[in-house]
Ligand binder design. Structure first.
Ligand SMILES: Cc1ncc(COP(=O)(O)O)c(C=O)c1O
Length: 418
């Protein structure tokens, strides 16, 4: 048994902290093309530069010992402001909601609310199978049958609304759509799902963990005027999750769950007393950090961040098109690109890129591997170097897919690529 610490001297403690910090690779996050990390690095590429990050960290620190109960008045005000500001932008006339620990918790709270609203003890939940794994997880946790609806093989980002409707059972309590799917970046047919939900009397939750804090700014700035409708402007949408610690640029853990109105929040509180979240005590540091980020960036800041991220995404798409054998999965509407190949096994390529210091996610779909990149402002200036390394790695270590078993030994992947 590891003995309980007998009390470390400060010097030894600092050495141990240094080591743990080093293995966490915070200082290497400048080559991080995954969604984790930009919130931690100095990022002058944010509008107003490092001052934004420093103010965010300062607010987090000032509220680090607080909790949302007795000393929570300030944080609860901040939370209400975030909900009203962003919920309004998402098209709700009287939004309600709360700050969560992230996308998984937001999805859980939404579906618990749907379950409570239905009055059922069990039931089923229907969603396109490009949904995040937290959907199957929450169904398992809450005694609900998960009914993932397969998307067409040739377009994993597309799912047929008729197939969704056909999958609905008499015990179905909710539909879940995704706006900004992991790892395709696509937006599900929410308009059709909203119509189905209204007609069939079902709760509709939209998982906007990734898309929530970028799609509105891309639309409002005119970058993309053709984004399929997905938010509260559709009358069937009951709740939307959106992660502050993804494109909201805030330090983790911070997500948001928005309800169309206060009556749904009241239902959430019935099943998850007292505040609708999965937790009891909530630390106020993340709320203060997120509030500061939202207040400082505001709409101009988030628009600048969104456009900068998309410019890098477009640069990657363009560069990958010029590399023989590689493809970009179609359908992304956000700062996410899934690089894959029909002819080459990219597992050794992923391993080679990692050995050159690049951090990104890799996943086993499309088989055998897709390389997922999510450029954010801190990646400014790095895309040409990434494309050079990708080009070289493809030339030197990629193998034809028929030789895949041999290649498998040289690298492993998982859904997030850890
Ligand atoms: C679409 C989607 N939903 C939910 C989540 C879960 O978010 P979290 O890891 O913050 O719980 C993710 C994470 O990547 C996601 O991409």
């Amino acid at each position: 048994m590891t003995p309980f610490p007998s009390g470390l001297r400060p010097d030894d403690l600092h050495r141990e902290l240094d080591r743990l910090e080093r293995v966490s690779r915070f200082s290497e996050t400048s080559r991080n093309l995954f969604d984790e990390g930009p919130h931690l690095v100095s990022t002058p590429e944010l509008p107003w530069g490092d001052a934004v990050r420093e103010a965010t960290v300062d607010a987090y620190r000032r509220f680090i010992h607080g909790e949302t109960w007795i000393t929570g008045s300030g944080a609860r005000e901040m939370e209400a402001e975030i909900v009203h500001w962003m919920g309004g932008l998402l098209g709700a006339a009287s939004p309600a909601g709360f700050v969560t620990s992230g996308g998984s918790e937001s999805n859980m709270c939404a579906i618990l609310t749907a379950k409570q609203r239905s009055g059922r003890r069990g039931g089923s939940v229907v969603y396109p199978d490009n949904g995040h794994y937290s959907l199957a997880k929450l169904c398992g946790m809450f005694g609900l049958d998960a009914i993932p609806v397969p998307a067409p093989a040739e377009g994993l980002h597309l799912v047929d609304p008729e197939a969704i409707e056909a999958a609905i059972r008499p015990d179905t309590i909710a539909l879940i759509a995704t706006a900004g799917t992991w790892a395709y970046g696509s937006v599900d047919p929410v308009e059709a799902m909203s119509e189905i939900a209204l007609r069939r009397g079902l709760y509709l939750h939209v998982d906007g963990a990734f898309g929530g804090y970028i799609l509105p700014f891309l639309e409002r700035s005119g970058y993309d005027t053709d984004i399929p409708p997905w938010d509260f402007r559709l009358p069937g949408v009951c709740s939307i999750s959106a992660d502050l610690h993804k494109n909201g640029m805030a330090p983790p853990p911070a997500g948001t769950l928005f309800f169309r109105d206060a009556s749904l929040l009241a239902t959430a509180k019935e099943i998850c007393p007292p505040n609708g979240t999965m937790t009891g005590t909530r630390g106020t540091g993340p709320i203060a950090g997120a509030w500061t980020m939202v207040k400082l960036l505001g709409e101009p800041g988030y628009t600048a961040v969104s456009l900068k991220s998309m410019a890098m995404r477009d640069e990657i798409v363009e560069g990958v098109r010029g590399i023989d054998g590689l493809r970009i999965h179609p359908g992304s509407r956000i700062n996410m690109a899934l690089i894959h190949s029909d002819d080459l096994d990219l597992r050794p390529v992923a391993t080679e890129l990692r050995s050159r210091g690049w951090m990104f996610a890799a996943r086993a779909v499309p088989a055998p591997v897709g390389i997922v990149v999510v450029p954010m402002p801190h990646n400014h200036g790095q895309i040409p170097a990434f494309l050079d390394d990708l080009r070289e790695a493809v030339k030197s270590v990629a193998v034809p897919l028929n030789d895949a078993p041999a290649a498998a030994a040289t690298g492993s992947v998982s859904s997030y690529g850890f």
